[in-house]
Write a protein that binds this ligand. Structure first.
Ligand code: GRG
Length: 294
């Protein structure tokens, strides 16, 4: 099956599950539930949950219950986008081609909708059907750490804020990107593999793949902020330089940044060699993320 068809199928199935797991729009508190549904269901590439499903598929037919894990990951990702767009953080008006959550529902509702999605993610994880022997606690630990303050998404976001308008070294920049974006992408791959019962060495290989892909993804995101348009990306472009953000193009230049992302994706694909054809889709996704236009 060609990659675009496979991705579209994944997205359609994920959207059904996301709709089912979100609180209904008619249930109180109405504004909050509508804000959550608006943000989660309003588009998005669904890359993280798809990586989770495909990492599991390297080992076996994805086990029952994995949809819940994939959706929890997308809830966490959407929470981070809602909060990232807030006036106190990136102050963005546009996300996924529509007004951001706080523009549509107000700042207070957007803060609470983000909080509620993060909480919902862990509720869904706690309730999911799981395979035996159960890697359940490990999965919850992995995701909590990937979002957290010790090298996770919130740590990366904090470092990113503190770096605004300052000179950062290449090392500091890499650490910021590995935290704010890489940690959740790596955890998406790792938890999918854990769920499918991956052995230790396979898990380590996939961790390396996920970490490199996660860093490459944020480098490409930095490059797209310079090269692409607001219409194409569905979010405001050319903001990073104006805000004095720590980005790869700012530190390394555009061409070198693109080359660095290419090298990381190549190395990430090399990590998949022992899996042979079983990892073909993961490889294709990695290459697609490198050349993506949105
Ligand atoms: C607790 C205040 C507080 C914040 C949470 C905001 C935050 C921590 C973290 C932000 C991390 C962040 C938004 C990083 C950027 C990651 C990124 C490249 C997002 C865009 O991902 P895509 O392209 O988006 O996959 P779609 O819309 O396709 O899902």
């Amino acid at each position: 099956m060609v990659l675009t068809t496979r991705l579209a199928k994944h997205r359609a199935r994920l959207n059904q599950h996301l709709r089912r797991l979100l609180p209904p729009a008619q249930e109180v508190p109405l504004t909050l539930h509508r804000a959550m549904r608006y943000s989660v269901l309003g588009g998005g590439k669904r890359i993280r949950p798809i990586l989770c499903l495909e990492a599991a598929a390297v080992f076996r037919r994805p086990p029952a219950g994995i949809a819940e894990l994939a959706c929890a990951i997308e809830f966490i990702h959407t929470y981070s986008l809602i909060h990232d767009d807030l006036p106190a953080l990136d102050n963005d008006d546009l996300r996924r081609g529509r007004p951001t959550c706080h523009k549509k529902f107000g700042e207070a509702a957007a803060i609470l909708a983000g909080d509620a999605l993060l909480t919902l993610a862990f509720e869904v994880l706690a309730r999911m059907r799981r395979p035996a022997p159960s890697p359940h606690a490990a999965i919850i630990r992995e995701l909590a750490a990937a979002v957290g303050t010790r090298g996770g998404m919130i740590a990366g976001q904090m470092a990113d804020l503190e770096a605004e308008g300052r000179r950062v070294s290449a090392r500091q920049l890499e650490a910021i990107h590995r935290g704010k974006t890489g940690a959740l992408i790596r955890a998406s791959v790792r938890t999918g593999a854990l769920f499918a019962g991956a052995d230790g060495p396979s898990l380590q290989r996939l961790s390396r793949f996920g970490a490199k892909l996660g860093l490459a993804f944020q480098i490409v995101d930095d490059v797209l902020d310079v090269r692409s348009s607001t219409r194409r990306l569905g979010k405001t472009t050319h903001k990073d330089a104006a805000l004095g953000k720590a980005t790869y193009p700012a530190v390394h230049g555009l061409e070198k940044s693109q080359r660095m992302a290419g090298k990381l994706v190549q190395e990430a694909c090399d990590d998949l060699k022992p899996f042979g054809r079983r990892a073909d889709t993961l490889r294709e996704i990695a290459r697609y993320l490198l050349t993506r236009a949105a």
